[in-house]
Ligand binder design. Sequence first.
Ligand code: SAM
Length: 217
Amino acid sequence: MYEDNYRQRGLRQKLVKKLAEKGIKDEAVLAAINRVPRHVFFENALLDHAYQDKAFPIGEGQTISQPYTVAFQTEKLDIKPGDKVLEIGTGSGYQACVLLELKAKVYTIEYNRKLYDTVREMLPSLGYKPYFFYGDGSKGLPQKAPFNKIIVTAGAPVVPTALTEQLAEDGILVIPVGDREKQVMLRIQKKNGKLIKEEYANFAFVPLLGEQGWKEK
Ligand code: SAM
């Protein structure tokens, strides 16, 4: 097991307070963030960074998303217990833990073999058990579709059609779309077979690669 001491819990509560001040209103999302020990995703020497509201490198040129971004995307997904959720871009696994804390059934897919191997070992050792997949999530996960919710945690050039096709009726897709450096957050809901789109603020994600993503540089 991991250590979660008084100081770490205190820093986490401060972070949650900050997220609420920044506009996150969903109490269930804030409580979920308050339960996930973000410091276990950081090396000991970097512990001070764990509860700052910023993204952080996790190796392989990738990042653990900023807590505000995780909270924002999770809030927009409106997770209900038992929802079948697809996450594209497992990365560190932190976002998957937040979704699991909300009692979702989580399928998470990662394109980078090294990150996939690391997280697949680490998360269950913390007690978090999503279904792990290795591959190109820009094509979704057709063998497990449809999903009530889909979250993309890398910046896409367009909304991959595979993802809207794999949304269940009333399902919600939250995805950052734009250029390689900056994206706008989209929330797309399927209602009577139609796609209803809402646009939110700008974010900066690492690129979504793969067939319906960006070409690797
Ligand atoms: N959700 C992660 C977390 O909680 O730490 C942060 C994800 S990081 C910002 C983006 C991740 O998307 C990287 O790990 C990257 O390898 C992955 N990725 C990029 N393109 C992908 C694709 N086509 N399919 C699956 N994962 C992809």
